[in-house]
Ligand binder design. Sequence first.
Ligand code: ATP
Length: 313
Amino acid sequence: MIETKGLRKSFRTRRGSVDAVRGVDLYVKAGEIYGFLGPNGAGKTTTLRMLATLIEPDGGAATIAGADLLRAPGEVRRRIGYVAQGGSTNDGSIARQELVLQSRFYGVSKAESRRRADAAVAAFQLTEFADRPCATYSGGQRRRVDIALGVIHQPQVVFLDEPTTGLDPQSRVHMWDEIRRLRDQGMTVFVTTHYLDEADALCDRISIMDHGTLVAEGTPAELKREIAGDVVTVGVNGSTAVAAALLDGAPYVTSLEQTPAGLRLYVDAGGTAIPQIMRTLDGAGIALGTIELHRPSLDDVFLEKTGRSLRES
Ligand SMILES: Nc1ncnc2c1ncn2[C@@H]1O[C@H](COP(=O)(O)OP(=O)(O)OP(=O)(O)O)[C@@H](O)[C@H]1O
């Protein structure tokens, strides 16, 4: 649905030039939620704006929903929706009217535009406030209106630039449901985010960008598995040294450390290793105190690829 090859963009500044995007190859499948993750200034928005035809790439190629970005940007524009970081509503506008206008803008008849606006008001749960000015909406309500506006012309692909930034946790989760609903209707969703938990919970696949290039791509689970497997911490009632001797060298344990709290085991897959660890200890008459599974986070992936933490950057 989206394919790019060597996409790049530099900006001239007073001090010289900034290579914002330095050759990005992306492949986004139809009907998936694709997350684009990276620290501030990584080049996410610049990439998104190129794909949404808002700025011209300096080089490379891209096809979006079957249309060529460089040769047929007008065609790309008709097939996509774009929701900017700050949204596009102003305080005085009224959601239902804006939805009708936006639909009319895409050449849809008045009657059909009204019908679509009513359907969007129901689908995005805007009924309570859709006929009041936007100035009176909460942050989450306003973001829902922004997204409803971005998809009123029923695009094949929608680009969402940080749709949940600034929302409280409950509104963020609500927004995830809205985004999943778009995917379930067959839309391809390309979403940028700073939030690791969001990328993890929401996205079918993600890529991580840093300094204008992609440093990792895959499903959240694949990326996390790729780096380290899982960690299981075990506390035993009795001799930790005996438990360590029993578990060290077990085929399902990659490596093992003794810690003040007990044992730290590195395993390929915690879900299968935990029952085996429990059986081994039980068979030797060692009473288990605690056992916990820790899965590596996307931050660990970023740390592994770039040498620094996404949270700190
Ligand atoms: N119009 C511009 N002129 C000069 N430099 C720019 C321009 N737009 C972006 N940049 C620079 O390009 C780099 C990438 O910026 P971009 O906005 O794409 O990053 P981002 O990953 O979206 O960051 P954020 O998460 O903060 O939105 C940054 O160094 C930024 O300062």
